[in-house]
Design a binder for this molecule. Structure first.
Ligand code: NAD
Ligand code: TYD
Length: 352
């Protein structure tokens, strides 16, 4: 079936995996990637698909209503998969309002464009909102987030994502906009900007720099391979029920410090360093303000209703991830020059 699909944030980490998957798997879909190319957006992530006939890039800011309106007039979208966001918790602590602007206002502008442009015919249309498990807040040692868990976001990032989720549901209930939402746990894999834990640690270990672990490293995250997130988005896009929410997770909880030790072992092996060399770089630093203790997703609904489950074990996914970063030094070099150096300085060097 022919479809024109707007993917927002397609030059970012997860977005680039989703764009790659949809462009190659569905040649009859026209994929329009709209991205503002902030520090986190990198068209190099899309080298493999940039020449494909069913792929178009549009540099566009989702907070600019006129630009979004023009895109809807130009392409007559049948569906939107919305990933564009400010996505890093530490940055949200430094600059909360840019998160409110992009994540809340930007989502509102996209929803409104759908409402206006689809008002005569909602049938066959879909607004797919990609969200995070962080909207549910922080767990103690027990329990899991289900789709029924009460929202309790605690960082500017997660609260801005929660705000965007509420807006999506409001457009479903008020205007009958066909929507679907997924809330996913922490992703890891290739093309992730090295401000997030795993690529930052890989880069620092490689360069013999300290590996910063916040607090005592006891916080727990549920890690999912990014390619499995993209597969889940494919399942939900094609089979998900309108108005529903699906949790996506890796069934894979790790304490930060245990994860870093595993990563150090892999890096020692890959870099042919003596066992224990990389672990010496672990450095405990001041904890993140309001640091959520534990995230853990119950993804049973997605598994039972749509048949999705993760395809790789964490140890295997992490090895592949390390290999990718070691083989793509040029990519790392490009994304870590300029503004990133300043961010790194503010976050880790000045803070000590
Ligand atoms: P990312 O930061 O790597 O990429 C975000 C992309 O959005 C970038 O390409 C950036 O240029 C673009 N963007 C930012 N502001 C924009 C604007 N105003 N207009 C247009 N484009 C803009 O983020 P990511 O990790 O790939 O996350 C993608 C989505 O998935 C986000 O909505 C995030 O909340 C969600 N999510 C991420 C994770 C994770 O572990 N990374 C987990 C669950 C959900
Ligand atoms: P991160 O990758 O920023 O994702 P999120 O905050 O969305 O979960 O961080 C993952 C975990 O690792 C989180 O508990 C914070 C911690 N962390 C560190 O200990 N050191 C670091 O340098 C970073 C970036 C994160």
């Amino acid at each position: 079936m022919k479809k024109n699909i707007l993917i927002t944030g397609g030059a970012g980490f997860i977005g680039s995996h989703v764009v790659r998957l949809f462009v190659t798997k569905y040649p009859t879909y026209k994929i329009v990637n709209a991205d503002a190319l902030t520090y986190a957006g990198n068209l190099e992530n899309l080298n493999e698909v940039e020449d494909k006939g069913n792929y178009v890039f549009e540099k566009a800011d989702i907070t600019d209503g006129q630009t979004i309106d023009d895109l809807f007039l130009k392409y007559h979208f049948d569906a939107v998969i919305h990933l564009a966001a400010e996505s890093h918790v530490d940055r949200s602590i430094m600059d909360p309002l840019s998160f409110v602007k992009t994540n809340v206002l930007g989502t509102g502008i996209l929803l409104n464009a759908c409402r206006v442009h689809w008002k005569d015919r909602m049938e066959g249309k879909l607004f797919y909102h990609v969200s995070t498990d962080e909207v549910y807040g922080s767990l103690g040692k027990e329990g899991f987030f289900t789709e029924e868990t009460r929202y309790d976001p605690r960082s500017p990032y997660s609260s801005s994502k929660a705000g965007s989720d509420h807006l999506v549901r409001a457009y479903f209930h008020t205007y009958g906009l066909p929507v679907v939402i997924s809330n996913c746990s922490n992703n890891y894999g290739s093309h992730q900007f090295p401000e997030k834990l795993i690529p930052l640690a890989i880069r620092n270990i490689k360069n013999n720099k300290p590996v910063p672990v916040y607090g005592k490293g006891e916080n727990i995250r549920d890690w999912l391979w990014v390619n499995d997130h993209a597969r889940a988005i494919d399942f939900i896009f094609h089979q998900g029920k309108k108005g529903e929410t699906y949790n996506i997770g890796g069934f894979n909880e790790w304490k930060n410090i245990d994860l870093i030790h595993l990563l150090c072992e892999i890096m020692d092996r890959k870099l042919k360093r003596e066992k224990g060399t990389s672990a010496k770089l672990i450095t405990f630093v001041t904890d993140r303000a309001g640091h959520d203790l534990r995230y853990a997703i119950d993804a049973a609904k997605l598994n039972k209703e749509l048949g999705w489950k993760p395809s790789v074990r964490f140890e295997e996914g992490l090895e592949k991830t390390v290999d990718w970063y070691l083989e793509n030094e040029a990519w790392l070099g490009h994304v870590t020059s300029g503004a990133y150096q300043q961010y790194y300085e503010d976050q880790y060097v000045k803070r000590k």
